[in-house]
Write a protein that binds this ligand. Structure first.
Ligand SMILES: [Zn+2]
Length: 535
């Protein structure tokens, strides 16, 4: 242990000493500006703009002499199917004692096209609390409830005693639907927990009618058996609880403190008419490689991933329709290119190979990474770690880092060591209710047994916390996440040093990163992912 850490420190000190030589923030920012240009129209998955942005990355890689590692040059084809709700000819109502009360779509509730939707549904509602079943904690919100043929109503979030990684895992779409389906449910109504809503209801509902996407292929069908999925505005949620003996206000208060929730049939039904249209779309991942120099270790890969897609063109906010996605995730895509350039030009040879994967479809549900992790362009067992970067937010001075997955594998220990050597503090997920661990591409590598981390810039004082909070409230998934926002180039450069040092450390250390003995996610390393996922 001591020897490893000592060796690590020396390596990292070497990197830190030449920190200024590797990155200046300028090259990062110029790539972000290129990717977030209006001409790429927000890089919507499968769009011309996304293809052009990918072409820009590929041109840079070619110019640098970095090898292609896709299945077709730098590219890997990803087949997708869109589903679009036709709200004008769809309807939703609550039915109590035979009396139907129509709901206003968009204002009171909206359909989620990320689940399979049937043309016509009428079914009783049952409140299932958080709707979680967590065997390793002996926790079961569905126990004693009859859900056969019914629609489960749930509040997002989890009770305080559930560790954040577990809570995040079991709230993923696949796990969520697996347990509800097993209990006999035919659909769900999800009420966002007001205590953890990142954006207002009006912002959430704004782009509800844009097409959703899913991967084509039976191995990716996670919501078979579902007939209806609805997101319900918490401001109207009292409607669901009338006559139950408890109010939504009480439930929300319990949810805020992550306390146990009541569970019971709600004494009313949902009635829906649903019209959707669907078509197939092609997109691609972009994959490149820098080969290692060690005769044996070079067949193993450290994966650096970042999604290149964003939301495209949507409803206007302040007259702007283009969702440029400068930070989300032009920032991570630019970082991958910078790190690739720096490693390519480095004199010190790295032992293992490094794989750079610009994935598509993250905003549509982590689709490109899901496809890549299931059908990698290198042997599956050769990927020893994934370091993912998504919207790391260099908008405040760099003093600390949030490491998602910090305690799950010794990859987290390596991040902590490198951060310490560079004078930075590290913290685990400060807001577990936001489920960030399952909300970006590292999660698909985790599900295939690969130790992974994602790292964000963290705030250490009130002012910086406020800056990040305002960024999330005003720019996150809004057209103003564009190149006319203030960024801190020194922070971007410092963050790139951390990712570079981490990549080199993981590539060079004799031992592959390993899951911690007590990590829940360790099971995937042995058993493979849940669900029928083809390799
Ligand atoms: Zn996003």
């Amino acid at each position: 242990m001591l020897r490893t850490l000592w060796g690590l420190s020396l390596t990292v000190l070497g990197c830190a000493a030449q920190a200024a030589a590797n990155f200046d923030g300028q090259s990062w920012w110029s790539t972000v500006k290129a990717l977030a240009d209006d001409k790429f129209e927000g890089r919507e998955t499968g769009s011309t703009g996304e293809r052009q942005a990918q072409g820009y990355i590929v041109e840079q890689l070619k110019a640098l002499g970095i090898e292609p590692a896709g299945s077709d040059g730098y590219y890997q084809r990803v087949k997708l199917r869109t589903t679009e709700i036709q709200e004008g000819s769809s309807s939703l109502a609550l039915v109590r004692n035979g009396h139907a009360q129509p709901l206003t779509l968009g204002e009171q509730a909206y359909f989620s096209t990320r689940y399979v939707l049937a043309p016509k549904v009428e079914a009783p509602l049952v409140f299932v609390g958080y709707g979680l079943q967590i065997p390793e904690q002996g926790y079961d919100d569905l126990a004693g409830l009859d859900l056969k043929g019914k629609v489960a109503v749930l509040l997002t979030g989890s009770p305080a005693e559930i560790p954040s990684a577990l809570s995040a895992h079991y709230q993923s779409r696949a796990e969520r639907w697996r347990v509800l389906k097993a209990a006999g449910a035919i659909g769900m109504i999800s009420i966002p927990n007001p205590a953890s809503m990142e954006m207002s209801w009006s912002r959430m509902a704004l782009n509800r009618n844009l097409p959703s996407m899913d991967l084509v292929g039976p191995e990716f069908d996670e919501t078979a058996g579902s007939q209806i999925a609805v997101t319900f505005n918490p401001a109207y949620a009292e409607l669901l609880f009338e006559g139950t003996g408890y109010t939504f206000a009480e439930i929300a208060a319990l949810g805020k403190d992550r306390k146990a929730l009541p569970r019971s049939p709600l004494g009313l039904s949902i009635s829906a008419v649903i019209h959707t249209t669907s078509h197939e779309v092609d997109s691609t991942n972009v994959v490149a490689r820098i080969p290692g120099r060690d005769p044996k270790l070079k067949s193993e890969y450290v994966v650096l991933s970042a999604h290149i897609d964003h939301l495209g063109v949507g409803a206007p906010i302040n007259g702007d329709r283009i969702y440029n996605g400068a930070m989300d995730n032009g920032s991570g895509s630019a970082l991958l290119l910078d790190v690739a350039r720096s490693l390519k030009q480095a004199r010190a040879p790295i032992k293992r190979s490094v794989l750079f994967v610009w994935v598509t479809g993250e905003e549509k549900g982590l689709l490109g990474s899901k496809f890549f992790a299931a059908h990698p362009t290198v042997p599956p067992k050769s990927m020893i770690a994934d370091i993912n970067t998504d919207m790391f937010l260099p908008v405040i001075p760099l003093k600390a880092l949030t490491v998602y997955g910090l305690a799950e594998s010794d990859l987290g220990d390596r991040v902590a060591q490198i951060a310490t050597d560079q004078g930075l503090r590290v913290q685990p997920d400060p807001a577990p209710l936001h489920n960030v661990f399952i909300r970006s591409d590292q999660y698909n590598f985790v599900r295939h047994g690969i130790p992974s981390v994602m790292i964000d810039v963290a705030a250490t004082d009130e002012a910086d916390m406020q800056t990040l909070k305002e960024w999330r409230a005003n720019r996150y998934h809004a057209p103003s996440d564009d190149v006319n926002q203030p960024v801190n180039l020194a922070t971007a450069a410092g963050y790139e040093e951390v990712i570079r040092a981490l990549t080199i450390t993981v590539a060079d250390e004799p031992a592959r990163p390993a899951w911690k003995q007590d990590s829940f996610f360790r099971r995937y390393a042995a058993a493979g992912p849940t669900g029928a996922t083809a390799r």
